[in-house]
Design a protein around this ligand. Structure first.
Ligand code: SF4
Ligand code: SF4
Length: 449
């Protein structure tokens, strides 16, 4: 793509980066066919190529983001499916990050959208505030139709996603160290997610048990916090940097005690962001080595566990599992086979979904801020799940779990919960109806031995 930046503009690092990205694009449009917003909206401006043109126009002219760019960028899910498809290696992720920062500073948005975004940014990354918000949200759920009728569809969508059940009790509370069974041979930090530890702490419990069984000491630190993804996706770069720096300090303090063998993430949306810390923190001077050191230790839990031989599962369930790989895992981190391999080794029958590359509509806070497209994508994913008729749906990110749980009639769990169950952990929440069938199968297997 031909660009028209002036020499003066190109002395700006961000514009130089954008220029390099634009010049890789050959206008082929292949990305359009696999774009999660385009498949629903069918508008070129809701495709990667259309957005790239609009961002280029804004940056070259130095003009403020207009209503059209703001609208169409807000409809992008940051699913990064376009990056998997693009044959030219166009770095849409960092280009869209750059555009979002500009839009957040100068883009026109109605008051209700700015209010909702501010609310999300000041509540979701903070577990205590989030827990209070969940309780209030449960009380306010009946008022969804009123909010919708008054034009506050984003707030109505937020209440729609509040889990009906109250706060769950985690087995492992707060910070601490889970000592491994048998001889310890590795020491890792588990990032427990901001919303995850409130909405479904069982995911962290299962992750800890799985690793502790393998002789891994698992640390949960109260000093680590939000990864910054939520703010970064909303163009709030300085807030994202603040979160990232807090985490770096906490990791350094832990490593000053003893070396860490890994920083383990079981929410793939967070994983994509944490792996991108070198880019996010590139302009913070004096910490380059520290950032490079720690980012080399960040693993999605599926990548980390793929190296382990778990042996024969204690409960060979033979269940049919529809596997939904989150976009942040598949496109953001290029993780494709590890969750499937781990689940198959544990005795599950894995079924992949049609249109697996298309987002389920969760995309961080997207299903709150863009409920119409998110609902359509959620229903589309639910239809693909229904074709498989699984016993259970497994995924690797709380957002997808919530979104599919909302749209699909099939139970949805995190794949670590299934793995933990297979290797001796409790039956995951929502699968209690399957336990009898699994027990019967275990008895038959025993008789046949
Ligand atoms: S990130 Fe996803 S929704 Fe956004 S342009 Fe790329 S494919 Fe489309
Ligand atoms: S696939 Fe890549 S090169 Fe082709 S239009 Fe999309 S971004 Fe440009």
């Amino acid at each position: 793509m031909k660009t028209e930046f002036t020499k003066r503009q190109l002395r700006n690092d961000n514009l130089q980066m954008a220029n390099d990205i634009f010049r890789r694009c050959v206008h082929c449009g292949l990305c359009t066919a696999t774009c999660s917003s385009y498949v629903v909206a069918g508008d070129e401006r809701d495709s990667p190529r259309g957005r790239i043109y609009m961002i280029k126009e804004m940056l070259e002219t130095g003009s403020a983001p207009d209503a059209s760019l703001t609208h169409h960028m807000d409809r992008c899910l940051t699913c990064l499916s376009c990056m998997t498809t693009c044959p030219s290696g166009v770095d849409y992720m960092h280009l869209s990050d750059l555009a979002r920062v500009e839009i957040e500073k100068r883009g026109p948005r109605p008051f209700r959208i700015r209010f909702t975004r501010g609310l999300l940014s000041s509540v979701m990354p903070y577990p205590r505030r989030f827990a209070v918000a969940m309780s209030l949200g449960r009380l306010a759920r009946p008022f969804r139709p009123l909010l919708k009728a008054a034009g506050f569809k984003e707030l109505a969508a937020m209440l729609e996603l509040v889990p009906k059940r109250g706060k769950q009790s985690p087995e492992f509370k707060g910070g601490g160290v889970a000592r491994p069974r048998g001889q310890q041979h590795r020491r890792v930090l588990l990032m427990t997610g901001c919303a995850q530890k409130i909405v479904r702490p069982a995911i962290n419990d299962a992750s800890i048990r799985l690793m502790a069984r393998q002789g891994i000491e698992v640390i949960v630190s109260q000093d680590t916090g939000c990864c910054g993804a939520l703010d970064m996706h909303m163009g709030r770069e300085s807030a994202a940097i603040k979160h990232a720096r807090r985490n770096l300090e906490a990791w350094q303090a832990l490593e000053d005690e003893a070396p860490l063998d890994g920083i383990i993430i079981n929410a793939s949306g967070c994983g994509t962001s944490v792996k991108d810390y070198p880019h996010l923190l590139q302009n913070v001077k004096g910490i380059e080595e520290q950032v490079a050191h720690f980012s080399a230790k960040v693993y999605d839990i599926s990548e980390f566990l793929a190296d382990y031989n778990f042996g024969m599962a204690e409960q060979w369930t033979d269940l049919n599992v529809a596997l939904h790989l989150p976009c942040s895992m598949m496109h953001g981190q290029k993780i494709s086979y590890q969750p499937m391999q781990l689940l198959q080794n544990a005795g599950f029958n894995i079924h992949t979904l049609d249109e697996a590359h298309i987002c389920c509509g969760s995309a961080g806070t997207y299903n709150i801020l863009q409920p119409d497209i998110a609902n359509e994508l959620g229903q589309r994913k639910a239809a693909h799940i229904a074709r498989v008729k699984p016993d259970v749906v497994a995924t690797g990110n709380l957002g997808c779990l919530t979104q599919m749980g909302h749209h699909s009639v099939y139970p949805v769990v995190h794949f670590v919960e299934l793995l933990d169950w297979a290797y001796g952990g409790p039956c995951p929440d929502g699968l209690e109806h399957l336990q009898d069938r699994v027990d019967r199968l275990a008895k038959t297997n025993k008789r046949n031995k």
